[in-house]
Design a binder for this molecule. Structure first.
Ligand code: XBP
Ligand code: MG
Length: 236
């Protein structure tokens, strides 16, 4: 089936957002709410097994701070912590501190010029996506993406296929007419469970994960043009 749309993951795929973006934003939020929690780079790499910021806070508390979860207001606190974290993360994006990964802007331009449709499938919060696109691509870049599937649009985050199914439904395309670009085993699994052929660009935290089922595993998109993407897709 002919390739009609590219579906991009965000964190780790469009930009290396985790170590110097999400992670410090979480830490600033913990401090702001009087919690002596600190997620160092190694611990954060382990916590990335769980996608979604609120889910990640809960996972950390289950492992290291069970008393926190026993509080009657734990759910509300997690939502508040996460809202504070999002505010700090958005400031980092707006300062322009988090650039796109090599080849990303070129591939998006090439796809637009070729008339391919574009979409996003991510577990991160919607405003994180639109702000990253505006800060790193162009002020109106979010409008280049016909469908943005993000955050709590679906209850089950990656590796569940739900966000991909949500995006496919809105694109009104079969999975086989699309190609996903992902950086993690969780993301690859989500796309593959939805039937979407997937190319992996490994990121700093995901290098060496199990990417079986990917059409290709690349260090980044620097040397990857639309012609290669089409070849991989058409040979599935
Ligand atoms: C991204 C994530 C997100 C971000 C934080 O995974 O796991 O949780 O780390 O975002 P993917 P929020 O690249 O597979 O979408 O705090 O906004 O949830
Ligand atoms: Mg990712």
């Amino acid at each position: 089936m002919q390739l009609q749309a590219l579906i991009f993951d965000v964190d780790g795929t469009l930009a290396d957002t985790e170590r110097d973006g999400h992670r410090p934003a979480f830490n600033t939020a913990f401090a702001e709410h009087g919690l002596a929690w600190h997620w160092d780079e190694t611990l954060y790499g382990e916590l990335l097994d769980v996608t979604g910021g609120k889910e990640r806070i809960r996972h950390y508390a289950q492992l290291h701070e069970p008393a926190f979860l026993a509080r009657p207001d734990a759910d509300e606190l997690i939502r508040t912590l996460h809202a504070t974290k999002t505010r700090h993360y958005l400031s980092l994006l707006e300062e322009g501190d988090i650039p796109l990964r090599p080849g990303v802007a070129r591939l998006i331009e090439e796809a637009r010029a070729a008339g391919l449709r574009l979409a996003i499938a991510t577990t991160t919060t919607p405003e994180n996506v639109t702000t990253l696109l505006a800060a790193s691509l162009a002020p109106g870049a979010a409008t280049w993406f016909e469908v943005i599937g993000a955050g709590d649009a679906v209850p089950a985050k990656k590796p569940a296929p739900d966000i991909y199914l949500w995006v496919l439904e809105r694109l009104r395309l079969p999975a086989a007419a699309c190609l996903a670009i992902e950086d993690s085993a969780n993301g690859l699994k989500a796309a593959r469970l939805a039937g979407v052929p997937t190319v992996v660009t490994e990121s700093e935290y995901t290098r060496g994960q199990d990417f079986s089922g990917a059409l290709a595993v690349l260090p980044d998109l620097a040397a990857t043009g639309l012609a290669s993407i089409r070849d991989w897709h058409d040979n599935t």
